[in-house]
Design a protein around this ligand. Structure first.
Ligand code: ZN
Ligand code: ZN
Length: 416
């Protein structure tokens, strides 16, 4: 592994300020201990500083945040992962995370699968990858979206080192215990399954999952640790119920209604749409291991997704950027920018992948922004995403450099 020494000073930067979404030219960024120490106007004497990085007027923006990933999803057949060696899955996760970083994502929020071990491995620099905000395994009821057994299977894979992305728990006590089990590993959030999903073999997309008491138990445990619950849900019925019971973030939300929009605002909750995954599950699902039952479910949620994003945007809901890709489909992660640009402005899309995502993961002021005290996670771009955010859909063309904690981790410019 190549060890790069940290950059101390960046000069001639056009800073993309994510607090007001303007471009600020001729800036110098001083970096100390992986953090931005100071941003000021560039002066001639800056050139003389040793180890200076002159970006020649190019745009410097905060590293991107993807708030819905599964870095352990080595295949779209999630049931298979449970039977795989955890070592094999970890090796696959390494590659998935390296490639996310190369696309400019310097922070990712994993919402089922990743654990404290992977987060620690990146932190210790064992491999290159984004900062990993993990929630451990997702909580699911029997026959719910985290139950990957076919209808004829009875045995659950729940041994300690099983790399399954979920745990099955039924009843308030079992949910509470499963929640505590994830929280004791340092989970940043709890993920629960509030409705049926695509990748699970036996549940209906329009089902609601868990009882009110079970959902409340998870919410109570998360809140006790100053954490929050995020819920997988598609329909307004599942979303609205979850929000009323204290769930503070909704994943997908493809079929929300006007009442959902009001509830999101009332509770200050977040929505994390994941549109790119349906486009590719439809196109490549079969070839990448998605079971037939799951392929049939994709149509239901694909069409409605963009409309819901538009509804939530117009209604003023806090929206974060998410992708939810599995297996070989991870390569399409950046296409989410282009898809969202159909109904959102460039500024709205950029906000979702910077300040709003940072607020969701309790890192406001530290991530998703270039300001004193923030992590020096940044991208050097040769084009302006504020003018057209869809350029980010082709990251190897528009991103020249990816820096994390002031270190150049990816250099696309010299690879061209
Ligand atoms: Zn989901
Ligand atoms: Zn997901």
């Amino acid at each position: 592994m190549q060890i790069q020494s940290p950059v101390k000073t960046i000069i001639n930067a056009t800073v993309l300020d994510t607090t007001d979404f303007t471009l600020k030219p001729e800036k110098t960024l001083e970096i100390r201990d992986g953090l931005i120490a100071e941003i000021r106007q560039s002066i001639a004497a800056d050139r003389e500083v040793p180890g200076v990085l002159d970006v020649g007027g190019r745009i410097v923006m905060p590293g991107l945040i993807d708030a819905h990933v599964h870095v352990t999803a080595a295949t779209a057949g999630l049931g298979e992962i449970a039977h795989s060696s955890p070592n094999y899955i970890a090796a696959k996760s390494k590659r998935i995370m390296e490639q996310m970083l190369a696309r400019g994502f310097t922070t990712v929020r994993d919402v089922a699968g990743a654990d404290y071990g992977l987060a620690r491995a990146v932190e210790e620099g064992l491999f290159h990858g984004p900062r990993l905000i993990f929630g451990g395994k997702a909580l699911s009821q029997t026959g719910g979206h985290g139950d990957m057994r076919g209808p004829g299977e009875t045995k659950l894979d729940d041994h300690r080192c099983c790399p399954a992305i979920g745990v099955v728990c039924d009843g308030e006590t079992a949910v509470r215990k499963a929640a505590r089990d994830q929280l004791r590993t340092g989970a940043h959030h709890l993920k629960i399954m509030l409705s049926g999903g695509v990748a699970s073999p036996t549940d209906r997309v329009d089902s609601i999952q868990f009882s009110d008491a079970e959902i409340r138990a998870a919410v109570e445990e998360a809140e006790a640790c100053n954490r929050y619950v995020t819920g997988h849900a598609y329909t307004a019925r599942a979303v609205n119920r979850g929000l009323r019971l204290g769930v503070r973030c909704i994943e997908h939300g493809n079929l929300i209604d006007d009442e959902s929009v009001e509830l999101f605002k009332e509770f200050g909750a977040f929505l994390v749409p994941t549109l790119v995954t349906y486009v590719h599950l439809k196109r490549d699902g079969a070839a990448t291991g998605l079971p037939l039952e799951s392929q049939r479910k994709v149509d239901t949620v694909l069409a409605a997704g963009l409309q819901s994003l538009e509804r939530a945007t117009k209604g003023g809901v806090k929206i974060a950027f998410g992708t939810d890709l599995l297996g070989e489909m991870h390569q399409y992660q950046s296409e989410e920018f282009e898809i969202r640009a159909q109904v959102q402005s460039s500024e709205q899309v950029l906000r979702s992948a910077s300040t709003t995502a940072a607020e969701l993961i309790s890192a406001a002021g530290k991530l998703g922004v270039l300001a004193p005290g923030a992590h020096a996670d940044l991208l050097v771009l040769n084009a302006d995403p504020l003018a057209d955010v869809s350029i980010l859909a082709r990251p190897d063309e528009c991103i020249d450099l990816v820096l994390k904690a002031g270190v150049i981790e990816v250099d696309h410019a010299s690879a061209r």
